[in-house]
Design a protein around this ligand. Sequence first.
Ligand code: SF4
Ligand code: SF4
Length: 425
Amino acid sequence: MEKQTIDTIVGVLDKKMNRTLKLYMDTCARCAICKDACHQYVATGDMKYLPARRAELVREIYRKYFTKTGQFVPALYEARDPDENLLEELADATYACTGCRRCMYYCPFSIDTGWIVAASKAILIAAGRGNEMLGQLADAALFKGDNVEMFKDALMSGFTDVEAEVREITGNPDASIPVDKEGAEILYVALAGAHSYKSAAVIFSEAGADWTISLFEAANYGFFYGDTEKARLIAKRVVDEAVRLGVKEVVLPECGHAYRVMEMFYAAWSGEELPFKVRHILEVIDEYMKSGRIKVRAGAITERVTYHDPCQIGRNGGIFEEPRDIVKAIAADFVDMTPNRAEQWCCGGGGGIVAMEEYDKMRVASGDPKVAQLRATGATVLACPCENCRLQINELNKVHDLGLEIVQVMDLVADAMVMKGSAAS
Ligand code: SF4
Ligand code: SF4
C-alpha cells in the first residue's frame, strides 16, 4: 500500500483519537463475552462478525502508529501496517455492523464497538473504501435537499391528498397539514412517504397541536455511510428550517437513527446547541394520551401485541416506556419479548444494512434471535417504530412464515382514537 494512503489512514485515526477512543483501543480483555451479544456472530458463527474482532482491526493500526511497543516490536504486540487485506476485512466487518451497541451493553468494560466502527468508517472513506451504495444514497439526499424547489410540487400534492384523508378520518373539515407555518410550536419531520405523516397528522389534528410539516426528510444516509460532514449537512437543512420558522420543537418520526442524529449527534458535529427541543413522535403521543389531549379506546386491539425496541430508539435513545404505555393502552393482550428494553436483540436491519445487497444473506440469517423472540410471544401483531426494523422484520416474517402484522405505533393510535367529532367522544 502506498505510503500516502497509510499516512492518510493514520492521520484520520489521529484526528479521531480522543480519550474515549484511546480507552477503547487500550482496553480489551479478549474475554469474548461480546460474541454472545452480537446477533451477527450468534447467527453465523463467523469470526469476522465478532465485535472484538471488528475492533481489533483498528487496534492493529493503532498499536503500530500510536504505541511505542507496537512501533518497535510489531510482531510481538500485534501491530500492523494497514494493507489491502486489512482494509478489505475492515470494510466488510465495519459496514456489516448495525450499530446496535448490544455488545457494549454486555462488555465488562463497556467498550463501544459502535464508536470504533464510526472511526473505521472515517478511515475507509479516507482510503477510498467507503461503501458505494451508502455514499450514493447520502449524495442523493444532499442533492434532493439542495434542490427542494424541484421536488416541492410533488410533495405539496402528496400533502394535499393526505390532508383530504385526514379530514375524512377525523371528521374535522378544518384538519390540515400545514407547510412552512411560521411560529408553529412543532416542526414534524417525516420520512419519505405518506405512511410517515398520515397518522401523525390525524393525531396532531385531534390534539389541537400547533404544528407544521418539514419539506425535508428525516432519514440520514450520511450517518450510515460514516461521513459526519455529509450527515451534518443533511440534518442542517432541518435545523435551518426550524430556525427560520421559529418553532419550539422538532419532532422526529418512527425512525431510529433520525432521532439520534438530531437529539444526540448534531450539536456535537456542528459545535452549536440546538435552539429548540427535540422529541420522538412517540414521546409526544404519550404526552397527548396521558394529558387527555387525545383519547383511545382501551383494549381496541384484541389480538396479542408485542413491541420491538429499535436499537436507536431504545438502547441507544433511552425511550423504552412511552411506546409500551401507548401500546398497552390500546392492546387488550400485550406481551413483551424476552429479553427486552436495553437487552433486546437487534432485528438485524439497522446501520443502513438493508440498502447493501452484499449483506442480504447474512442480514436475514442475523435475524434468527429476533425470530425466536417473536415466536415465543405468540403475538400476531408487532408494533415497531422504526422503518429499517420494519423492512427487516417484514422480510423475516415472510422467510419464517411468522404470520405477523407489522405496524407503526402511531397507526395503532390513529386507528384506536376516539375522534372529537364522533358520537363516542
Ligand atoms: S466483551 Fe469487551 S473486553 Fe471482552 S472481548 Fe468483547 S470488547 Fe473485549
Ligand atoms: S454494535 Fe451490534 S452489530 Fe455491531 S458488533 Fe456490536 S452487537 Fe454486533
